[in-house]
Write a protein that binds this ligand. Structure first.
Ligand code: CA
Length: 242
């Protein structure tokens, strides 16, 4: 290192005359490189801007919500969903398993689901059923959640009847009193819980389902774009020093 530094000094002394011209040549090159760097940085920040927008809520409280994964995880991912929504079923069966394997099972992310029923009667009845299960049988919640998507009916039909929901719930809770469960579907407590979830979503500017939030930032990419969602999660992990 020391030797080459000395040599540089010697050369610059020898070429004193030409150094002015060297600078003239170097200056436009540096300028072009700088402009190039700015363009790249700008594209990167634009890309990050497309990935996510900060919701009106700085964070989404998970209080009283079902949580999958370690409660200590610094990053939270929340899905607002509607059990009648075919895109939610698709997300559940394609993106969700990857998210669980990469981030939930590794302790980096805690995942929660909030109700955003809006498509029709089935949306509401199944949201109430989901609240009954998450409140009374929290250990069975994710099994129920998976099962209801698995058995989702055609969007144009009325499929989430109390009988069907009780049948699905009994798969998650084998000793379920199905008659009592069907009565609970009409109870105010669960209706209000579902409405509360939806109003939180509305405040966070949820426009459709599935809507996914990472630490309160809404993922704006296509719902099937797992790589985009990953980028957002990685940004949050880096910001949390992980
Ligand atoms: Ca809820």
């Amino acid at each position: 290192m020391g030797e080459s530094k000395n040599r540089q000094v010697v050369i610059s002394q020898k070429k004193k005359k030409s150094s002015g011209r060297g600078l003239m040549i170097a200056f436009p090159i540096v300028l072009v490189l700088l402009i190039g760097l700015l363009v790249v940085l700008n594209q990167k920040s634009e890309q990050a801007g497309q990935d996510a927008v900060q919701s009106a809520l700085t964070s989404l409280s998970l209080e009283g919500q079902p949580i999958l994964g370690s409660a200590d995880a610094k990053i939270s991912v929340v899905e607002f969903g509607d059990y009648k929504c075919p895109a939610c079923k698709d997300w559940e069966e394609t993106v969700f398993p990857k998210l669980v394997a990469d981030y939930v099972d590794t302790g980096k992310v805690k995942f929660s689901f909030m109700q955003f029923p809006f498509l029709g009667e089935d949306s509401f009845t199944s949201a109430y059923a989901s609240e009954v299960i998450s409140t009374n049988y929290p250990d069975a919640f994710w099994t129920f959640h998976e099962e209801i998507y698995k058995q989702q009916g055609n969007e144009r039909t009325l499929w989430a009847t109390p009988d069907k929901l009780a049948e699905i719930a009994a798969l998650a809770v084998p000793d379920l009193d199905q008659e009592a469960f069907k009565k609970q579907l009409g109870e105010q407590q669960y209706i209000q819980q579902a409405e509360k979830d939806k109003s939180i979503g509305a405040k966070a500017d949820v426009q459709g389902t599935p809507s996914v939030f990472v630490n309160g930032k809404q993922f704006m990419g296509n719902y099937q774009d797992y790589d985009g969602l990953k980028r957002l999660i990685e940004q949050e992990l880096a910001a949390a020093g992980q």
